[in-house]
Design a protein around this ligand. Structure first.
Ligand SMILES: [Zn+2]
Length: 327
């Protein structure tokens, strides 16, 4: 199947992540070139997937993708181990993601003219995000998804880094950034790029952890409180926000990480991980109840934010006055 990023209208959205000038693909579609002669960077295409990085400002380089080094999701894992692992119950539960995505689609398609297709950029979209499969399939005629990541995966259409997006200003009607902003070095820079490439009245949806231990090994840097997350998106007007994974999941993760801390031995840690999952998986179900409580805004595993680009910025005084936790 052809990569939709090579559709004419998508190619027109692309720009150089270094200088923001238009870029052009060659006839064989095996590389792109920046049209600004003083910049003149070229970008490779690997297996039909363009790799449009600003290498000067990214922890990833073209070489990582040429050699398929460990990038974010390509952290090599044994297949048998994966199967055994999947037989154990999980500790995580995104309580409201599905509902939130339905609401995202509703906001996006509000006042939609028949026949018009909305374009949604997915950052961190190499695999289908939790709770996302429904909206990916539900609106084939009215929403087109442009799925990007810093790793190859079944869904990757384009390799790009959130710190320097290779898209022209106001390219998208919506942007989804689920469980990504903890894994970038500078989340503020990434959200500023999101703000740049989204259209006026465009809808952004983010999920970012608060009470979660390190996951993704060397690619894990930041956590946000509910208000910290709100401030990250202060150039957007809030439509909705709240806990997406609750205090129950936070407790289950803490318990697991407490147990596995006892050993440096990989195999023992795996046994402890399995034990934690069998003995604490049920905690996540409390989150159906707990995420509705005010206290979840002080204690949740992760938060979501849905906002609209309106040109208005939330002041820090307004931010502080918006505290809605239980204290
Ligand atoms: Zn350039």
């Amino acid at each position: 199947m052809g990569n939709k990023i090579f559709d004419k209208e998508n190619l027109e959205l692309l720009c150089c992540p270094v200088c923001k000038t238009s870029i052009k693909v060659n006839e064989n579609k095996d590389f792109f070139k920046c049209l600004n002669e003083s910049c003149n960077v070229s970008f490779p295409v690997y297996n039909n997937i363009p790799c449009i990085l600003n290498e000067q400002n990214s922890i990833f380089s073209n070489e990582d993708f040429a050699r398929e080094n460990d990038t974010f999701f390509k952290l090599s894992e044994n297949k048998i181990l994966k199967t055994v692992k999947s037989a154990f119950p999980v500790l995580s539960l995104n309580v409201s993601t599905k509902v939130n995505y339905n609401s995202f689609a509703k906001n996006l398609l509000k006042d939609n003219i028949a026949g018009e297709k909305k374009k949604v950029l997915v950052l961190g979209g190499s695999v289908i995000g939790k709770g996302m499969s429904e909206i990916l399939a539900k609106y084939p005629d009215s929403i087109e998804f442009v799925e990007t990541d810093v790793s190859f995966g079944p869904r990757t259409m384009l390799i790009c880094d959130g710190h320097n997006l290779p898209f022209k200003d106001a390219s998208f009607d919506g942007i989804i950034v689920q469980a990504v902003l903890e894994h970038v070095l500078d989340p503020y820079a990434c959200v500023s790029e999101i703000h740049r490439v989204i259209k006026m009245d465009g809808i952004v949806y983010a999920e970012t952890p608060f009470m979660q231990q390190v996951h993704g090994r060397q690619f894990d840097f930041t956590r946000f409180t509910h208000l910290g997350h709100r401030r990250l998106f202060r150039h957007f007007e809030e439509l909705e926000s709240g806990a997406v994974c609750g205090p129950g999941m936070a407790l289950a993760w803490s318990y697991k990480y407490f147990l596995i801390s006892f050993s440096n031995n990989k195999s023992i840690r795996k046994v402890l991980d399995g034990f934690a999952r069998i003995t604490a998986f049920y905690l996540k179900y409390f989150d159906y109840f707990l995420t509705k409580k005010k206290g979840a805004l002080d204690a949740a595993s992760g938060y979501y934010f849905m906002g609209k680009k309106t040109g208005r910025t939330l002041t820090d005084k307004e931010l502080i006055n918006s505290y809605a936790g239980a204290f």
